[in-house]
Design a protein around this ligand. Structure first.
Ligand SMILES: [Zn+2]
Ligand SMILES: [Zn+2]
Length: 305
């Protein structure tokens, strides 16, 4: 009696979604049953001797076809970790003893690993360590704080990361917080850290309301459009509704900046694209204010109020 296609699928699921023919054989699934399950669309053949459940995410399937497991940025993406840049290809973790397979449309980025890997994707902490080597400090730090904010990682996971990253980057792990409000905040805090500048986010200022960031005592940083990709605001641009909304927002921003100035605050306003893609300009604008001490409460008495 062949094993039913549904049961083959269930056994595959219990084996983390991906199973070797030998593992399935031990559970009583013969080659004929396996073929029936493939024909029924319950499982797919990923490479010779390896099968996966049909609804396995496409990136995971690619990683297994490549001969490894989903790793690095691609692994983080599965859990919705915030990334500065979405990966254009699938990042695959391979054991050093493993063999790379050539499959159709392979644009994979291979990461070699010494650790024993199990399952179709590496652990989150391993993926974060890979990101540091692959994309560098900023992408690593932003992803780490996102994983912490979403509670996808535990304190012991953080410790494992700290012990595995090169010594020079350990301070970066220590600098990461559990309560960063957004990826943008992580990026700004990291970039300003190089100048010894601390940043507070989502601060309520009496008379003004909630502002995105405050640098020092009184330099407000507002970053517009940071939610664009989430809210689908982009798709509204060009419509009458969007123009009216933009005009009304601009008026509100001007009022806010005037009120902030009246209370002795300085305001710098950027948009998300400027912060991410034109940092030298943003940095120069911030440092020009900081160099004149405009972020600190004035020590000289003003005209009095
Ligand atoms: Zn990578
Ligand atoms: Zn590949």
């Amino acid at each position: 009696m062949p094993v039913s296609a549904i049961r083959v699928r269930r056994l595959c699921t219990e084996l983390s979604g991906v199973a070797r023919t030998s593992e399935l054989a031990e559970l009583g699934v013969d080659a004929y049953s396996l073929r029936l399950a493939v024909d029924a669309g319950e499982v797919v053949r990923l490479r010779e001797g390896v099968y996966g459940v049909a609804d396995l995410p496409a990136e995971v399937q690619t990683a297994v076809r490549h001969g490894g497991r989903l790793g690095c940025l691609s692994r983080l993406g599965i859990d919705g970790v915030w990334l500065l840049e979405q990966p254009a290809s699938v990042h695959v973790a391979m054991m050093r003893t493993g063999r790379r397979r050539f499959h159709s449309e392979c644009r994979c980025i291979t990461h070699w690993s010494d650790s024993r890997l199990a399952g179709p994707a590496v652990a989150l902490d391993e993926a974060l360590v890979q990101v540091l080597g692959c994309r560098g400090e900023e992408e690593f730090f932003v992803a780490l704080e996102s994983a912490m904010r979403k509670r996808l990682i535990t304190r012991s996971g953080i410790e494992r990361i700290r012990s595995r990253v090169p010594k020079v980057h350990r301070g970066l792990v220590g600098f990461a917080r559990w309560d960063a409000d957004s990826g943008l905040e992580s990026l700004l805090r990291l970039r300003l850290r190089a100048h010894g500048l601390a940043l507070a986010s989502q601060i309520d200022i009496p008379g003004i309301g909630r502002v995105d960031f405050v640098l020092g005592d009184r330099l407000i940083l507002e970053v517009d459009g940071k939610q664009n990709h989430v809210d689908g605001f982009d798709s509204l641009i060009g419509t009458e509704h969007a123009r009216a909304a933009a005009a009304s927002k601009r008026h509100k921003d001007l009022v806010r900046d005037a009120v902030a100035a009246a209370y002795g605050f300085e305001t710098l306003r950027f948009d998300y694209a400027l912060v991410v893609h034109d940092w030298p300009l943003v940095e120069a604008a911030i440092l020009a204010k900081v160099d004149r001490g405009l972020h600190l409460r004035s020590r000289v008495a003003g005209r009095g109020r």
